[in-house]
Design a protein around this ligand. Structure first.
Ligand SMILES: [Zn+2]
Length: 251
């Protein structure tokens, strides 16, 4: 088995090749090192940022793709998964002794909806459906179902925002209104936190782009949606934690 350097985030094929893998490398005829773009930094099982540990790597002699079997290092996950990389035409460097090939990340195999929690338990408490839809959307995105993923992220946001507004509303009739009205109206009339409003509006805008035929926002996409959802969630959790400490330690 060969190892990668954690610092350089690359693989060295020359020095430490497991005997079982030599056949594959002869077929591929790779000499030198491989640079991964990008390094796999999210776990497809627990959805957390992670520096995974390599278990085994091989190049498929038929498809020429590089499969890296990884294990998540998050203590309550430890799942095994595969990161699939495709060879690019780019060579990072080449000299008389060595050369470095660039492999581009394609997908994780398998991307599946797991039982692991993605968000803080406070979020799952106020909106369990949000987490379920979010996880399904991530799976869709990484299986190249990008149109469905966009609609999914929007639906996830709708559940989160509405559930959040419902728990902050005491009047039962108003709670029912929140559930029935459009997401746009909920964001406009009931989300009072300016930061949360910025994220919610924009996630909804991109989500609408994925629902309609004509696109308004060309330079923003699924990654931005995921990013903003994460920030919106962190903002809600941060506010909740601050309230908890305020109650525990009043002025
Ligand atoms: Zn994990």
């Amino acid at each position: 088995m060969f190892k990668w350097s954690k610092k350089k985030k690359d693989l060295n094929f020359k020095n430490e090749i497991h005997e079982d893998l030599i056949e594959d490398y002869k077929v591929e005829n790779i000499e030198g090192s491989v640079k991964l773009e990008p390094y796999p930094s999210i776990c497809p099982c627990c959805y957390k940022d992670v520096t995974p540990k390599e278990v085994l790597s091989r190049i498929n002699p038929v498809t020429k793709k590089l499969d890296i079997i990884l294990t998540c290092t998050i203590h309550d996950c430890k799942e095994i998964y595969i990161a699939e990389y495709e060879p690019s035409n780019e060579v990072l460097y080449k000299n008389h002794y060595d050369q470095s090939h660039i492999y581009k990340f394609k997908t994780f195999k398998p991307w599946s909806v797991t039982s692991h929690d993605v968000f803080d338990e406070y979020i799952n408490g106020i909106s369990p459906k949000f987490q379920k839809i979010y996880k399904q959307s991530v799976c869709a995105e990484h299986n190249d179902l990008d149109e469905i993923a966009g609609m999914g992220y929007r639906k996830a946001l709708e559940n989160l925002i509405k559930d959040y507004c419902v728990i902050n509303e005491n009047n039962e009739a108003e709670k029912a209104n929140i559930r029935q009205e459009t997401l746009g109206n909920t964001i406009k009339n009931r989300v009072t936190d300016p930061t949360l409003k910025i994220y919610a509006e924009r996630i909804a805008w991109i989500g609408n782009d994925h629902t309609h035929m004509l696109k308004r926002w060309d330079d923003v996409g699924l990654e931005d949606m995921r990013d903003m959802i994460k920030h919106a969630v962190n903002h809600i959790v941060g506010k909740h934690k601050a309230d908890e400490f305020k109650n525990k330690m009043p002025n």
